[in-house]
Write a protein that binds this ligand. Sequence first.
Ligand SMILES: C[S@@+](CC[C@H](N)C(=O)[O-])C[C@H]1O[C@@H](n2cnc3c(N)ncnc32)[C@H](O)[C@@H]1O
Length: 286
Amino acid sequence: MSLLMTEIAVAVSRLAEAGVESPRADAELMAAHRHGVPRSALNLVADAAFNPRFWDDVARRAAREPMQHITGTAYFRYVELEVGPGVFVPRPETEVMTGWAIDRLTEMDVAEPVVADLGTGSGAIALAIAQEVPGARVHAVEGDPLARPWTERNIARCVAAAPHTSGRVRLHDGDFGSALRDLDGAVDLVISNPPYIPVGALVPPEVGEYEPSAALYSGADGLDAIRVVERVAGRLLRPGGRVAVEHGAPQGAAVYWVFAEENGWKETRNHSDLAGLDRFVTAVMP
Ligand SMILES: C[S@@+](CC[C@H](N)C(=O)[O-])C[C@H]1O[C@@H](n2cnc3c(N)ncnc32)[C@H](O)[C@@H]1O
């Protein structure tokens, strides 16, 4: 066995002892990142090319730092994003909601649909929509000053990789509760992955110790920000416009009622993620 494969085997047991959920995948991904090779070519790395800084990465992961902070990169649909301390790492479940929004925008008979992404973080949702819906104009709102430099860098990276997105994602600083007043009644789709963890809930160390708390927690039942999204979507959407909001798996019924017909919405629906768990609610402005 090559030196690198032997070191990976030791790293796997160290990560497993530290309680990391997928120790082999993580050890191999960090080795591939550190040695600049695809995971499938790890066994071809010559012993002389072994980079001992691999062990710095393993120590960080054993301290439960998120993988994406160690590699500095997260992938979201067709967008590659820079992530690290201060910004939320985008999740695969949010890709499903974003795909739903892209499908609805593509079906709309609107040449340049106007979209609001409330709590954009890394810019994942906004940039994926700009990349996949060619005419879309996306207004991305973010309140955390530590997150915004990441958003700005990611907008620039996305424009470099996909020039057709140039000028179509605009970052707005501030609280989404009072944002985008000049767009009241003119937005085709509002989308948000807001904070939704109840304050005091237990979360894994990767989340609780490394993700910004403004991205995670939202009141005693976790629904404070979702209620704000409902109110803001009611103000921003044009008649027939759509809203999509992500929530935690046990919150499907509660979020359905936030967007119920009694609150002035129609076609309110619960949607699942790829694991079959309740993950987002959509509704239409009458
Ligand atoms: C769960 S993260 C989602 C980030 C990104 N949209 C994603 O899906 O990866 C929620 C984001 O909303 C931002 N946020 C929370 N409350 C906000 C508010 N009232 N106004 C503006 N941004 C807010 C947080 O700073 C964080 O970046």
